[in-house]
Design a protein around this ligand. Sequence first.
Ligand SMILES: [Zn+2]
Length: 94
Amino acid sequence: MKKTNSKTKKTLNKHVVSHSCVFCDKLIKRLHFTKSPDWQAMWDDGVVDKIAANYGSRFDGNMYIIAICDKCIEEKEGLGKIKFIGNYMESNCG
Ligand SMILES: [Zn+2]
């Protein structure tokens, strides 16, 4: 039987009111408090979503929440550090 890590489960279920941008530390605040997980909530002037480590990473299988402010998205995309791959609200997003 697989042992559940209660600390990890608690962290995954915790809904916070803000996250810090991974690049500049700006606080990205939740627009409305709901019971939605952070990656499904609405955030002011930034993106908060989850990423998952795949095979090849020593963190394979781990999931993380990552936050990037809009200013840093614009800057890092311009530098080629973040790659734009589409807009999920457009029908041709793939
Ligand atoms: Zn930033």
